[in-house]
Design a protein around this ligand. Structure first.
Ligand SMILES: C[S@@+](CC[C@H](N)C(=O)[O-])C[C@H]1O[C@@H](n2cnc3c(N)ncnc32)[C@H](O)[C@@H]1O
Length: 320
């Protein structure tokens, strides 16, 4: 553990002390992930959001030398971290750059017909957020990018330039629950191409100017936090990808196989809940979480990111 010192709010007010594990992403709800995936020696598992390999390492410990974990991440840069972290597991850890909805192609390529368990730990890793050059956060100055896979798709700036004002309002409202969505979208779309923010700082300053000053001091959250979250979700088509991934997971599981999904946004959790529920009604899943599981207080204290984590699981029926 490394003590990072005083944590300051966006406006400079000290709010506590931060403790971090040497800038490594700390996996959330590890006990509940292991408990609900129930990995057994020799099994084959699929981690669709392998990130820095925190959950994957715990799973590989339980799979033993005869087991295999296929780890996928859409971010080729973060997969390099997983490669280092999971190197001690040798050939048991197979890593591929891919988006989760391409899991079938990855498994086909590896000649794996079915897996015993699947994990999804959605969103971005703190390693991605902390890297200012990726443009995910207002905290550091970087290009307005936000792509998890920086080799594909439109950056956040390109999205701002190409979307209509109406589309932008929709995204800010729906993905960010941003109360000033209309005003922010109007100001942004009134800008000429050259004046459109190029950096995270320029966007954060524009949002700060729009949010009324009487509201600014009230929250410990930076006024641009919701806008950044909304744009990141849109840039990476996070909800659409999740919707396309869930049926693929169902197909890939052996009868009796288990899936665990951790989400950090109510819209993601809704998608997972509805999919599992309707699968249960259709007899595809024999068991699903009735309510989402959350991190306990001790974990929230240790790792604030776990505060908004919601974990759901489902078990594929034996005769699905
Ligand atoms: C919250 S982190 C996962 C952390 C990981 N469980 C660990 O213990 O280190 C999410 C990771 O999943 C990746 N990711 C998010 N959505 C994805 C998707 N649909 N397909 C593939 N990778 C995805 C991100 O690039 C990021 O590295």
């Amino acid at each position: 553990m490394v003590l990072l010192g005083t944590v300051r709010r966006w406006d400079g007010v000290a709010v506590g002390q931060a403790v971090s594990i040497d800038r490594v992403h700390e996996p959330v709800m590890v006990g509940q992930v292991l408990g609900n995936l129930s990995p057994e020696p020799g099994q084959t598992l699929l981690d669709l959001t392998v990130g820095a390999g925190g959950h994957a390492a715990q799973l590989l410990e339980r799979l033993g030398a005869g087991g295999v974990l296929v780890g996928i991440d859409r971010d080729p840069a973060i997969l390099q971290v997983a490669r280092r972290v999971l190197a001690p597991f040798g050939a048991s850890a197979i890593l591929r750059t891919a988006r989760s909805d391409a899991l079938r192609a990855v498994l086909r390529d590896l000649k794996i017909t079915a897996v015993n368990g699947v994990l999804m730990d959605l969103g971005v890793s703190s390693l991605q957020i902390d890297e200012a050059a990726r443009g995910f956060s207002w905290r550091g100055e970087g290009p307005l990018d936000m792509r998890m896979d920086a080799t594909q798709g439109r950056t956040a700036r390109e999205l701002l330039l190409t979307m209509s004002e109406q589309e932008l309002v929709h995204i800010l409202f729906r993905y960010g629950e941003e109360p000033f969505a209309r005003r922010i979208a109007k100001e942004l779309k009134a800008l000429s191409r050259g004046a459109m923010p190029r950096t995270t700082t320029e966007l954060a300053q524009l949002v700060e100017r729009i949010v009324p000053s009487r509201l600014k001091g009230r929250s410990s959250v930076h006024p641009a936090t919701r806008v950044f979250q909304a744009l990141r979700i849109a840039v990476n088509d996070e909800l659409g990808t999740l919707e396309r991934t869930l049926p693929e997971i169902e197909q890939a599981l052996v009868p009796g196989g288990r899936v665990v999904v951790i989400s950090f946004h109510s819209l993601e959790d809704r998608i997972v809940k509805d999919y599992f529920r309707s699968g249960r009604q259709a007899g595809v899943f024999s068991e699903v979480a009735r309510k989402p599981l959350c991190a306990d207080e001790a974990e929230v204290q240790r790792n604030p990111r776990s505060r908004s984590a919601k974990l759901r699981f489902a078990v594929k029926a034996l005769a699905a």
